[in-house]
Design a protein around this ligand. Structure first.
Ligand code: NAG
Ligand code: NAG
Ligand code: NAG
Length: 363
């Protein structure tokens, strides 16, 4: 899978796009982000070895010994990252232009990481959007329920930017659309907006009014799980579908403090340390577009999928941070021999574990 070149082109395009359409934020907001970004830069090497050891552990388990689709329990067993602490082999690594898959198969140390050397690791704060509620987010790792789609395993690392150390025992809450672009609990527009067209100008250009929450009991594609002792959390899900105006994405919040509710009905949220969104490589989105059931998306022939560079509210652009030094796009690998067997997606977030946000970029 060689998406790196496209990523570069997209990064360029989005940089241009960001300059052309950047929405002004308050000086205070920009200053907070900038201070965090400066503090985060020094963590880049720590993140590199963190991600590299996760990938190597996975490669050893899955590809070297067992080149067919793995039992998911393998991936999720707690000793999967047993070699994490003593894994500082990145100086022996090959150049990023070498055949990545070949390097993978040989199980040589991999320095390939989502957070590049010149990339600071603080995950920018971007909007939680209109489809969040802590009710209906059970504490669980498999969030798919009976939603059909392309198997997607998420491997999410969390680093504390104040210490550059992995952050154990913080609750990573995620939610996403299903394969045809719907959120659990929000099936249809307000009746009086059934024929609404996307806004053609202004801040909400490209977007429809948010669909209301009308089905309280739905919980699919929503869930939260704490990071393990290595600061890693894994989820089983499906690749998200698209909806009007938004690039394909997955939402996240990170809570250092929370209280589980009885009967696994979710949790009572405590302090919020991070709100963000993750994206996929455009080339991969195009492959998934053609697969069932993604190809049945109701807006396929009307408006189609919004490209990352065209994302509404500048969310994709803003997710790169005020200086474009964070990469919010998952690094992905095939789980089997062909894409329809599923994907594993990696990302590492740098968060400020002692921060306390009130979602001030809501909207
Ligand atoms: C990472 O970037 C810094 C600053 O640009 C540079 O001094 C350092 O040599 C780089 N490290 C590697 C491993 O490329
Ligand atoms: C996604 O959810 C909507 C709303 O519940 C549903 O109508 C649709 O069939 C779902 N998509 C798939 C692929 O199951
Ligand atoms: C993290 O958050 C705390 C509490 O708000 C703040 O005092 C500290 O400066 C922040 N750290 C960074 C690196 O921004």
């Amino acid at each position: 899978m060689h998406f790196a070149h496209n990523l570069f082109v997209i990064a360029l395009l989005s940089a241009i796009h960001a300059q052309a359409h950047h929405e002004p934020k308050t000086d205070h907001e920009i200053e907070v982000q900038r201070a965090l970004q400066v503090a985060a830069c020094h963590c880049a090497p720590a993140v590199e070895s963190f991600t590299a050891s996760r990938k190597r552990a996975w490669a050893q388990r899955v590809l070297a010994g067992n080149p067919h689709l793995v039992d998911q329990q393998h991936l999720f067993s707690s000793d999967a990252y047993a070699d994490l602490p003593d894994s500082h082999h990145s100086e022996h690594s090959s150049s990023p232009h070498e055949n990545e898959d070949e390097t993978f198969m040989k199980c040589t140390p991999i320095s390939d990481t989502h957070i590049q050397n010149n990339t600071c690791v603080l995950a920018p704060e971007v909007t939680e959007g209109p489809y969040y509620h802590t009710e209906g987010h059970p504490i669980r790792q498999n969030i798919a329920e009976y939603q059909d789609g392309l198997l997607l395993l998420l491997d999410i690392g969390v680093i504390d930017v104040e210490t550059c150390q992995p952050l154990p025992n913080v609750l990573v809450d995620i939610w996403q659309a299903n394969a045809t672009g719907s959120y659990a609990g929000h099936p249809v527009p307000h009746p009086h907006l059934a024929d609404e067209q996307p806004a053609t100008e202004g801040r909400r250009r490209g977007l429809l009014t948010a669909f209301p929450r009308t089905i309280q009991e739905e919980t699919w594609l929503r869930g939260a799980w704490p990071t393990d002792k290595n600061g890693v959390v894994q989820f089983t899900s499906i690749y998200p579908g698209y909806y009007t105006g938004r690039a394909t994405h997955i939402h996240t919040k990170v809570f250092p403090e929370w209280t589980p509710l009885p009967n696994n009905e979710g949790f009572q949220a405590g302090r919020l340390a991070h709100t963000g969104q993750w994206f996929f490589d455009e080339e991969l989105n195009m492959v998934v577009d053609k697969m069932y059931p993604y190809i049945t998306n109701p807006i396929k022939d009307i408006r189609g999928r919004t490209r990352n560079s065209q994302d509404s509210l500048n969310i994709f652009q803003d997710s790169h941070g005020p200086e474009g030094k964070y990469n919010p796009v998952f690094k992905t690998h095939l789980l089997g021999g062909v894409v329809s067997q599923g994907l594993i997606a990696y990302i590492t977030m740098g968060v400020n574990a002692s921060a306390s946000y009130d979602n001030f970029w809501k909207g």
